[in-house]
Design a protein around this ligand. Structure first.
Ligand SMILES: Cc1cc2nc3c(=O)[nH]c(=O)nc-3n(C[C@H](O)[C@H](O)[C@H](O)COP(=O)(O)O)c2cc1C
Length: 340
């Protein structure tokens, strides 16, 4: 069976979806589509592109998300992304932060459908890989369904065929980005309606999904689902993706220990190449979430891997907390009584 390449995506998240997190995610799912953190176009063009574009082949397919509003600059940045081996260029039209707003990009671009269409068209002409957009269902008072369809019409005309929609409108005034991730309520129904009205576009729904059951429910209405916070707060859900959403026949799901072992092999190479252990430790924090010993595991990773010189041992030895918690049998009160 052929599935949409966007059937299951892991959301771009600043400070989280760095290349180490993406490597861990790829160990768990061969099919998930991965996204970088947002890279500001000017920073990429005028800064150190190697730093922003670094990723390993193992992560692919991985999309580079760009923030910007200048069609020519975005086209140049997209070209750099394609040359670096990314599988897709995604334009961020969903971020509500003040910094992004003052740069006139992110969610504020929803008020300028024509400019968004020009940006997408310019990027589309510059590269051969798909150019996509991640957006909201509205901003501030521009939040009617008519206004949303006008916006999506413009995207459609630009030639970009994939629209990822965070099903919550953006508040550019009065709410912090953090608050705006909970308020106002999600409107998944609006995204489902978009798919009915634009059946030829690939529509991906994002916002509030936590499980594969959620994913399967939405896939009755749209082409793809995108998981954000749940992917880093409960990363082990990603080990269920391939079986739940892609496999006609279920295969064995790797357990947390196997995932950790494979990540450690990667971490060894990274540490040898000079990566700080704390950066490698960060994606692991919630791997054992909900398991016995998870709290000690997290504390170990925060404390023992905090410095800049912790070696692979500080990372590897974290496993003792969860192994011990899992393998130590509970004391049998009858035996204890017999011994006394
Ligand atoms: C810490 C954090 C950083 C984020 N950074 C980005 C970003 O760089 N680009 C983007 O398009 N969205 C960003 N988002 C929004 C997410 O991609 C996603 O749309 C949002 O969290 C809703 O999905 P969820 O409910 O599954 O978390 C970020 C969200 C979080 C929590």
């Amino acid at each position: 069976m052929k599935f949409s390449p966007w059937r299951f995506c892991i959301a771009p998240m600043m400070q989280y979806t760095d290349r180490h997190f993406r490597y861990l995610a790829r160990i768990m799912s061969r099919h998930a589509r991965l996204y970088t953190e947002m890279v500001v176009c000017d920073a990429l063009l005028h800064g150190d592109p190697g730093r922003f574009l670094a990723h390993s082949e193992f992560e692919r397919p991985v999309a580079l998300q760009l923030g910007g509003c200048d069609p020519n600059k975005l086209a140049s940045a997209a070209t750099l992304g394609e040359e670096a081996g990314f599988s897709e260029i995604n334009l961020n039209v969903g971020c509500p932060s003040a910094r992004v707003k003052s740069g006139r990009f992110g969610a504020s671009l929803m008020a300028e459908p024509q400019l968004v269409a020009e940006c997408l068209a310019a990027m589309g002409s510059a590269v051969d890989i798909p150019v996509t957009i991640k957006t909201r269902i509205g901003i501030d008072q521009t939040d009617s369904y008519d206004e949303l369809t006008t916006f999506v019409d413009a995207i459609d005309r630009s030639g970009s065929g994939v629209v990822i929609v965070h099903a919550r409108k953006a508040w550019l005034d009065g709410l912090s980005p953090r608050e705006n991730r909970e308020i106002p309520p999600l409107r998944h129904d609006v995204v489902h309606q978009l798919k009915r009205d634009f059946p030829h576009l690939t529509i991906v729904v994002n916002g509030g999904l936590t499980s594969m059951a959620d994913g399967n429910k939405h896939l009755q209405h749209v082409d793809g689902v995108m998981l954000g916070r749940a992917a880093y707060q409960t990363p082990y859900v990603l080990a269920a993706v391939d079986n739940a959403l892609f496999a006609p026949v279920a295969s064995e799901q790797p357990d947390r220990f196997e995932i950790f072992r494979r990540y450690i092999e990667y971490a060894k190479d990274e540490i040898r190449a000079g990566t700080f252990t704390r950066h490698l430790a960060k994606p692991l924090h919630y791997l054992f979430q909900g398991q016995p010993g998870a709290r000690q595991w997290r504390r170990h990773l925060s404390e023992r891997c905090a410095g800049t010189d912790g070696g692979i041992e500080s990372l590897e030895s974290a496993i003792k907390w969860v192994e011990r918690a899992v393998v130590t049998p509970p004391v049998n009160p009858l035996r204890r009584a017999a011994r006394q």
